[in-house]
Each structure stands twice: as C-alpha cells, then as structure tokens.
Design a protein around this ligand. Structure first.
Ligand code: SGN
Ligand code: CA
Length: 534
C-alpha cells in the first residue's frame, strides 16, 4: 500500500513538472467561426434592417458584441494570415491575395497543437497552400465553389462533394465534433465559410423568400464621390457600373445577348457559366424555377429603365442573393451551437463569430471591400464563453483581427511569442475595459488589381481617420468620425483641423515604427508586386 502511494506521489510530481502535460480541465475549447465577406450590416445583433440572423445573434446574447472590431488590411487571404500569425501583413508577408503565404512561420494553431490541443479546420483558407498545425483539415481550393464543391483533404487528395457549400462545411464540422474529437483533449476547431463571397449563390431553401423581398436602400447608394480624393472615384466597385450582369445579377448570358447588354468584365458570362452552370440537372431545374420569373420580369422592364432605376434594381438583386447566402450561414451556425448546447460542450467552449473583413452593401454605391472606410474596415465580432463573459455585453474598444492569436493562446494558458503584434482580448472578455489601445494601424496593398482600390495606410482612433493614398497618387484624407459618420467629407484641407493633422501624423509615424513598417518596406512590396506573376 505504502509503495503504491509513493508511486502515485512520484507520478503526480512528474506530471506537475512536465511542461508538456497541460491537460488541466479548465483549458477551453475554441470554436472559431468565420464567414467570408460578411458585413456587420447583415447581422441582426448589429442591425436588423436587412436580415434576421437568430443563430448568430445567440452568440451576442449569451456573450459579447464588439461594435468597433476592425481589420488591419481589408482583404481575404491577408486577413487570414494576420489572424493565424498575430502579425501585420508587412511582417507576415501575405500582403495581398497574390503573394504566397510563407508556411515556415509559426501560427497560433501550431502552438496550441504543440501544447496538447486537438486541431481541425473545415472550409475556406484561400492561401494556395495547406494549413500547418492541424490534425485534420478539409479546405476549398482557392475561392472554392458554392454548388458541388471540391475539397483538399489532409490525407486523401481532393474530393468532390455534391451539395451546397455552406451546408457541407457545417456537416464536416459537426461530423468531426461527433466522431473525431478526442474527449480528454481541448480542441481548436476552425469552421470557415466561403459564403457570402461573390458570386452570392444561395441554397435552394432560401431562393424564393429572398427573391420576393425588397430591402431598404442605404443613404449613400447614389454617392457621387464628391468631397473625397481620387481613390473613391477611381475604384471599380460601383454596383451600377462594375457588377457583372450574368455572374452577379444572374441574368443568363443568352438573355444578355437578347437584350443587347454588354459584359461588364470580360469574365462576366463565364462567372455565371462556371457557378450556376455547375449545378446538376435537378439542381438547375430548381434554380430555373425560382429565378426565371425574375429574369422574365426584367426582360420586359429593361428597355425602359433609367440609370437610377437600374441601380435600384441591381442593388435589390445583389441583396436578395447575398442575404440568401447569409441565411444559410445562420442555419449552419445554429446547428453547430445546438450540438454544443445539447452535449454540454458549451460550458467550456469559446465560440467566436467573425468575418475576414466587412463589406459594402450598397454604401457609397459599392460592393466589395479593401477601403479603410467603415463598412469594409470594420468587421463583425461576437464571442461567447459561459462563466467568463457576462451575457449581453457590448464593447466599443478598437479591437483587431490581429488580436485573436494572443487571445486564444492566453485563454489556453500559453505565453504568446514575443514578436506577435496584437493584444490579448482577455481583459475585455472578463469585463475589464480600461486601457486598451487608443488607435489602430491599417495598410492595404493590392493595387493595381481587380476593383482598383489604391494602396493606402492609415491611423484610426475614436475621433478621426487619417489616410495616406500612395503609389500612383500622393493624397491624404481626414475624416471626422463623430461629425461625419457616413464619411463623405474629407477635411484634410480644412485649416480648422491643422493641429489635429499634425498630431495624427506624429502618431501615425510612431505607429509605423512601433509595428516595424516603413517607406522602404512600402517600396519593397511595390517592387515585388510588379515582378509577381498574377
Ligand atoms: C474575386 C472577386 C472580387 C474579390 C476578389 C477577392 N471577383 O476576384 O470581387 O474582390 O475575389 O476576394 S469574382 O467575381 O471572381 O469572385 S477575397 O475575399 O478572396 O479577397
Ligand atoms: Ca473576404
């Protein structure tokens, strides 16, 4: 008996001294849910003027809602690289969708896995290479497809799965939770939707109800871009002039020909052929049944429509499909939350809902993202963590996607690497809101490229946004965020703001230094971009 007790004591001492053995029951699971291009304007926890998202809202009701969460670089793959590395784009090197992601870098999933977490990723990554640090993954190649998509698997090459992408990613996630999860290990599960990315193709169950709805127009749908610099004017994101007729508005190529409508981009018709055209004959029959009445109505109206009416029609068409995609994401989130709730996993699981960036839903007449203006700079962020986060909390701090890595590591009791550049959100989750950062740094690079949004870097605080557009222009913009919430008036040349500008420029220089960005790096990335094969 005594020998038995001595051995037991020795074993417990060994376990206590071994840094590798960290499976204390408190280590939380992490379910990271991210959609692609999901605007906060389309989540009813933020505003219900467009859609009700009862399941996504559950996370806010039972947890915390951040109203000033933002990204460091508003575009897909760079945002994901910032999230995984906890470093700004100029440091992690994935400055745009073209540059390769350097997989020799340490990411937070790798660190969690090294500390005993079981890790899995399902859905869209968009890096062009496979994720490291995952026990299991199934990811879409590149942007992926909405209907009958292919998936790259960890061990069995590429597989083709019939069905609707959002539902498939949800099924894969649930299947992993039910069948592959190791009970005595904490997990990191990344559940990454492709929806609602362009070309906005909803599932059959949401075709008809959304096609019959009319949505309120944003105040700036007919923005003429006066009062700002040339970047807003020259961007190719206006719904009336730059949205594809076939690919986006779903007017089939032969109907475009019948009506004499020219392609917007030279891939306009192909976007339709490669997306709607992927459906099986049965799926296509359902699509035709739902969409043909809309197409027939448009054929009659089109010859007499003014530009104003066309803009209104195109905006409604855009919202019908975009929001139909969101409804499916919300269904999926509901299924996964139900599973956590039913199994009791909920209690020790941090659930995060966010998007890789925000998106324009007709504000400034636009679709897409990239700009530092609010709708694409800000991103939704909702977090639930029972017993840690007080339900129904709202937080207004300027948190960023840069902060996730350090937050998750700290939640798991791991000291983050010293070169990560974010700030753990743990104090905010625990309700201690003082002394978070007072300004954020932003830098967008992908230009010249699709949508033609010029390169810019900026400092944003609660009151102001100071932006420098560079490369083929040298223009500054200043927005008074409290007085000009729609961001229509660049006050950079207004003498009343001279002192504000002086102060913000100093702070911007300081931020660039602090985050190790510089004019030399700007030039280096321009040179690299110009030699890159795109
Ligand atoms: C595609 C889209 C663009 C979008 C980029 C980047 N066109 O090129 O509208 O800005 O992806 O999106 S599409 O009609 O071909 O889809 S991102 O989310 O991957 O950054
Ligand atoms: Ca995106």
């Amino acid at each position: 008996m005594t020998r038995f007790l001595v051995s037991l004591l020795l074993i417990s001492l060994l376990v206590a001294c071994d840094p590798q053995v960290e499976d204390t029951p408190e280590r939380p699971n992490i379910l990271f849910i991210m959609a692609d291009d999901h605007a906060y304007q389309a989540i009813s926890a933020y505003s219900d003027h467009l859609i009700k998202t009862p399941n996504i809202d559950r996370i806010a009701q039972e947890g915390i809602r951040f109203t000033n969460a933002c990204v460091t670089n508003s575009i897909c793959a760079p945002s994901r690289a910032v999230i995984l590395t906890g470093k700004h784009s100029h440091i992690n090197g994935k400055i745009d969708n073209y540059f390769p992601f350097d997989t020799t870098q340490i990411t937070f999933p790798q660190i969690l896995r090294n500390h005993g977490y079981q890790t899995a990723m399902f859905g869209k990554l968009h890096f062009g290479n496979n994720p490291k640090g995952f026990d299991q993954f199934m990811i879409l190649p590149g942007q992926g497809k909405y209907y009958n998509p292919d998936f790259i698997t960890k061990d069995s090459g590429t597989v083709h799965i019939e069905g609707y992408v959002t539902d498939i990613i949800t099924d894969l996630t649930l299947d992993w939770l039910k069948n592959d999860r190791i009970e005595d290990k904490p997990f990191l599960l990344m559940y990454l939707h492709k929806a609602p990315h362009r070309e906005w193709l909803p599932p059959k169950r949401h075709y008809t109800s959304f096609l019959q709805k009319t949505f309120p127009e944003p105040a700036t749908l007919f923005d003429d871009y006066r009062g700002r610099g040339s970047a807003a004017k020259e961007a190719e994101m206006n719904i009336l002039t730059y949205m594809n007729w076939a690919g986006d508005s779903k007017i089939p190529p032969q109907v475009m020909d019948e009506l004499g409508i020219a392609e917007t981009a030279n891939w306009d018709k192909n976007a339709f052929i490669h997306e709607v055209g992927r459906q099986t004959p049965d799926q296509r029959a359902d699509w035709d049944e739902a969409y043909n009445p809309m197409i027939e109505k448009f054929k009659k109206k089109y010859p007499n429509m003014t530009a104003h009416e066309l803009m209104q029609w195109r905006y409604q068409r855009y919202m019908q499909d975009y929001l139909g995609c969101i409804a499916a994401v919300d269904d999926g989130v509901g299924r996964v939350l139900d599973y956590l709730d039913e199994t009791g996993l909920k209690q020790n699981t941090i659930v995060v809902y966010t998007s890789d960036q925000g998106f324009y839903l007709g504000e400034h007449g636009w679709f897409d993202k990239r700009f530092i203006y609010n709708e694409s700079f800000k991103t939704p962020l909702l977090i639930r963590w029972p017993n840690v986060i007080t339900p129904h909390t709202t937080n207004t701090q300027m948190v960023q996607n840069l902060d996730f890595a350090q937050t998750f590591l700290e939640a798991a009791g791991i000291t983050p690497p010293a070169d990560m550049q974010g700030q753990s959100l743990m104090p905010l989750l625990k309700g201690q809101t003082q002394d978070f950062r007072d300004a954020v740094y932003y830098h967008y690079y992908e230009y010249p490229s699709v949508h033609m949004v010029k390169r810019h870097y900026a400092i944003v605080n609660e009151d102001y946004k100071l932006v420098h557009f560079y490369y083929d222009i040298d223009e500054w913009e200043l927005y008074d965020r409290k007085k000009d919430t729609l961001e229509l008036n660049n006050v950079y040349d207004d003498p009343a703001y001279a002192n504000v500008i002086k102060d913000l420029k100093e702070k911007l220089t300081h931020l660039r230094k602090q985050y190790k960005d510089s004019p030399e790096l700007d030039q280096k990335y321009i040179d690299m971009y110009n030699t890159l094969k795109k």
